[in-house]
Design a protein around this ligand. Structure first.
Ligand code: AMP
Ligand code: GLY
Length: 419
């Protein structure tokens, strides 16, 4: 069969890598892809949000299965569009994707279905939002309600910071239309874990739990990024905790979506904070995490294509999803200056020197005059599988040390929280 993967980052490289292992797949396309993906799939120059262009391509090439990596095309309705055209596509519908597309809607949904999350209020205008902040006088988290590429969340220790954050979101429109509403939450404390699951709207099959590292520097210092690395499984996610998460979070989420008339199919990702009061949902994502996809897919033993087809056909109850033993770690190598401004076009060397069981998933790379060069903020995700977490960490950093480009930086402590 022919598969089209939509997107062009590290997550999509990991998806292409895993899909290529399926005996059922003859040919993979990726739109737009990157230099690493181009080594295992045919990249096509169509942007992930160009739904007309993608549909046109999929129809012409008679694509059998389309897999969507990023959230943006999902929230603007790629799944509805392809399905209406009679094409098979993996992911939630436009309405269901609003669980990620609108934080205000997601919070309202959780409140209505008794799903544990931080207390909150949402406001479209500045005055009421400011009054609310003044009435709280404690640490708050201020969020642009819409999609802001992971940047629209401001953690505020003091009232003055929260007032300023409200202004940035609602008045200065720092996050564009994503800031048409502001969500203000109580600030939770604890460790974070990413729990992703496959679901066809009835059956839920959780994946191995993972942990992202959002801050740019070691010891969780510096500004937030798209994610500087991840590992799986996360040992803090115990079997007891898992039981609570399935019962109080995943099941009510999928049932609640069906009851609202938005049946949910695809991947549901619950970003959790494990607080002293138990797990609480920080956010939903409607797709694989990036970089979580890299370690999680590295540990998936089953055929991903078979799982995706079962989700589309709503027969996930008939599929057994198997995981490899051991652990996986992804260390992101970023360009100088990231998450701020960064240069592009620096030559990358050492990619062909990886130790065994280490894969380099490209995030922001391009090909130029026969060489692979940097082309984004997050450049590469060096991902290792080991018998245990210390082994995987060791191997991932052995790989990282062999790769060179101007100004490369990476965290040295990915996974160490779990040791
Ligand atoms: P989100 O995009 O909603 O996941 O938020 C990005 C990051 O901000 C999360 O991974 C947390 O580290 C942090 N965050 C979001 N909401 C809260 C909250 N209510 N309390 C504490 N930290 C939060
Ligand atoms: N790693 C966080 C995300 O994919 O949203």
């Amino acid at each position: 069969m022919k598969v089209l993967v939509v997107g062009g980052g590290g997550r999509e490289h990991a998806l292409v890598w895993k899909i290529a292992q399926s005996p059922r797949v003859d040919k993979i396309y990726c739109a737009p892809g990157n230099a690493g993906i181009a080594q295992m799939a045919q990249c096509v120059d169509i942007q992930a949000e160009d739904l007309d262009g993608l549909l046109d391509f999929a129809q012409k090439e008679k694509i059998d299965l389309t897999v969507v990596g990023p959230e943006a095309p999902l929230t603007i309705g790629i799944v509805d569009k392809f399905t209406q055209a009679g094409l098979r596509i993996f992911g939630p519908s436009k309405n269901a994707a609003q669980l990620e597309g609108s934080k205000a809607l997601a919070k309202h949904f959780m409140l209505k279905h008794n799903i544990p999350t931080a207390k909150y209020a949402a406001f479209p205008n500045e005055r009421e939002a400011m009054d609310y902040v003044r009435s709280k006088n404690k640490p708050l988290v201020v969020k642009a309600s819409g999609l802001a590429a992971g940047k629209g969340v401001i953690i505020c220790q003091y009232m003055a910071d929260a007032l300023d954050a409200v202004r940035r979101v609602l008045v200065d429109k720092e996050f564009g239309d994503a800031g048409n509403q502001v969500v203000i939450e109580e600030c939770l404390e604890g460790q974070e874990v990413s729990v992703l699951a496959f679901t066809d709207g009835k059956t839920i099959i959780p994946m191995v739990p993972s942990q992202d590292h959002k801050r740019v520097f070691d010891d969780d210092k510096g500004p937030n990024t798209g994610g500087m690395g991840a590992y799986a499984p996360a040992p803090l996610y115990t079997p007891d905790l898992h039981e609570v998460v399935v019962r109080d979070i995943l099941e009510p989420t999928i049932k609640g979506m069906a009851n609202m008339g938005w049946p949910y199919k695809g991947i549901i990702y619950a970003g959790l904070m494990i607080t002293a009061d138990g797990p609480k949902v920080l956010e939903y994502n409607v797709r694989f995490g990036d970089p979580e996809a890299q370690p999680v897919l590295s540990l998936l033993d089953s055929d991903l294509v078979e799982i995706m087809e079962a989700v589309i056909d709503e027969r996930l109850d008939q599929v057994e999803v198997k995981w490899k033993k051991g652990a996986a770690v992804c260390v992101v190598m970023a360009a100088q200056g990231y998450p701020g401004n960064y240069p592009k076009g620096d030559v990358i060397t050492g990619l062909d020197k990886m130790p065994e069981n280490v894969s380099v998933f490209h995030a922001g790379t391009a090909q130029k005059e026969g060489q692979i060069v940097t082309n984004g903020g997050r450049v590469l995700g060096v991902t290792a599988v080991g018998q245990d977490l210390p082994g995987a960490i060791d191997k991932a950093y052995q790989g990282v040390e062999r790769i060179k480009f101007n100004g490369a930086h990476y965290r040295k402590d990915i996974g160490s929280k779990a040791l």
